[in-house]
Design a protein around this ligand. Structure first.
Ligand code: UDP
Length: 484
């Protein structure tokens, strides 16, 4: 393809974690459909997860490609092949992984010098990218994979520190200055907010925050109609230039093969769902990183059995050192096969494909930002079961602001080596029943369906996210013309 002089060339540098790579690769593909030359930079192992999709886009005429850089596992103190955050199994490995990202600087700086793209869209974990982009005079936009509400809530906590003024982990406080009255407690927050002095984790977080705030602006996978007050708050109070381009999962026709191979169960899921009544099945999945103890998995199994609801359950890994199948009650799977009430997926599920099936009536989620948006896009209400990170903010958005969530009652972070049972079967059964049965469930379903329609409208031509993307591209084109 001829290189047109007015064609924008944008580099995309996603954090190597499924919840970051999936949306940023989708965003790169969407930019390419708008005429941008898109280059995605990642490691060979991560590239292999979406190279076929990119090849298909190229065949359809998109100017999109992948450049790979070897991840320096050994130098970073990680086992060979540990190229994704989802493969880390301890805090030390996680810290090594983040530190290892700095070893990318030289090769990527070289790419940038060679190509001199018109913009770099990078995860803030690559904090050095801000300095490199400034040095080379390339506008840099941050993409942190989260939404406006969690961004505003975190900003307020860092600014006002209300959590340091309460006396216990459980005592509630209001997050100051937000458009809604949102209460939090310390046990729902990341430890780095508690530390006044520098620890290895706080140092990393501060560096990430610096990268975010010193960027030209940020791209957010969200849409205006879902959190209008927080789009305004981000611009007016937090003071960020932001462009909302989501829900990005709605921009692709191909809903399967996102992030990892799920072909082993796609047809089985669809065939099974086709036999069910509309809105009669619950989908249960806790994202790409969650780890539960065997005891906790058993509680979920017993609750599903007692609830009498039909379900598809994606079973995540069990806590480190536990056998994958140890928790399954005798005869549980056989019974499901016989009565057709449930399907268990052990592995990577085709989440968007499942959520979009008309038989799905509810979603039990850990409130990862992508899952939240995918649930909203499919127009389904959710049981909220936050586990860590900004998921406790996302829970508030679903339950208290959008009013399409039933909390399971998760009150504190759970960690990856936890062998306890934070949520018991009665609580799970209560939440699932409330989600699927009765007047309140009907009302929630109505609100979720209405929001789902707005989500679809946002990414169509003339919709809010579509317009926001066009306006960003216009600004970048103008900047390119001015600098030439
Ligand atoms: N996902 C999937 N199949 C799975 C598990 C996860 O397709 O079995 C996708 C899901 O659709 C979402 C992403 O992985 O796009 C998970 O991102 P999220 O922000 O929800 O959670 P995280 O994994 O970052 O905690």
């Amino acid at each position: 393809m001829d290189k047109r002089s007015d064609q924008l060339h944008i580099y995309f540098l996603p954090m190597m974690a499924p919840g970051h790579m999936i949306p940023l690769v989708d965003i790169a593909r969407q930019f390419a459909r708008h005429g941008v030359k898109a280059t995605i930079i990642t490691t060979p192992l991560n590239a292999s997860k979406f190279s076929k999709t990119i090849q298909r886009d190229r065949e359809m005429g998109s100017d999109i490609s992948i450049r790979t850089v070897k991840f320096p596992c050994k130098e970073a103190g990680l086992p060979e092949g540990c190229e994704n955050i989802a493969s880390t199994t301890s805090t030390l490995m996680y810290l090594n992984f983040i530190k290892g990202l700095s070893l990318f600087q030289n090769p990527i700086e070289q790419f940038l010098e060679e190509d001199h793209p018109d913009c770099l869209i990078a995860a803030p974990q690559f904090s050095w990218a801000v300095d490199v982009a400034t040095k080379l005079d390339i506008p840099r936009l941050a993409f942190n994979g989260s939404g406006f509400f969690p961004l505003c809530a975190l900003h307020s906590l860092m600014e006002h520190k209300p959590h340091l003024k309460v006396e216990s982990e459980m005592e509630e406080f209001v997050i100051p200055g937000l458009p809604d009255t949102i209460k939090m407690s310390r046990q729902k927050l990341s430890e780095h907010l508690m530390d006044e002095k520098d620890t290895p984790v706080t140092a990393i977080v501060k560096d990430i925050m610096r990268a975010e705030t010193t960027s030209y602006g940020a791209i957010v996978n969200s849409f205006y109609e879902m959190e209008p007050n927080y789009v305004k708050h981000s611009r007016e109070v937090v003071g960020r230039k932001v462009w909302h381009v989501g829900p990005i999962s709605l921009c692709n026709k191909d809903k399967s093969q996102r992030g990892q191979d799920s072909s082993f169960c796609e047809q089985k899921c669809l065939d099974w769902l086709d036999t069910k009544e509309p809105k009669s099945v619950i989908y249960i999945c806790f994202g790409s990183m969650a780890v539960f103890s065997s005891a906790q998995l058993l509680e979920i199994a017993m609750a599903l059995e007692a609830s009498n609801q039909q379900f598809i359950w994606v079973v995540t890994q069990t806590t480190i050192n536990e056998e994958q199948n140890e928790w399954i009650p005798e005869g549980f799977e056989e019974k499901l096969n016989l009565n057709g009430r449930g399907l268990i997926i052990k592995g990577w599920a085709p989440q968007v494909l499942i959520l979009d099936h008309e038989a799905i009536g509810g979603f039990v989620t850990h409130c990862g930002w992508n899952s939240l948006l995918e649930g909203v896009s499919a127009g389904v209400p959710m049981v909220t079961w936050p586990l860590s990170a900004e998921q406790f903010f996302n829970d508030k958005l679903l339950v208290e602001i959008l009013k399409i969530g039933v909390p399971v009652g998760a009150e504190a972070w759970s960690n990856r080596t936890d062998s306890t049972v934070p949520i018991n079967r009665k609580d799970i059964e209560r939440a699932v029943t409330k989600l699927m049965v009765g007047q309140e469930a009907e009302e929630m379903r109505g609100r979720a369906a209405a929001l789902g329609k707005l989500a679809k409208r946002a990414v169509e031509k003339g919709g809010s996210s579509h317009n926001s993307l066009i306006s960003l591209l216009e600004q970048l084109r103008n900047a390119k013309i001015t600098s030439n």
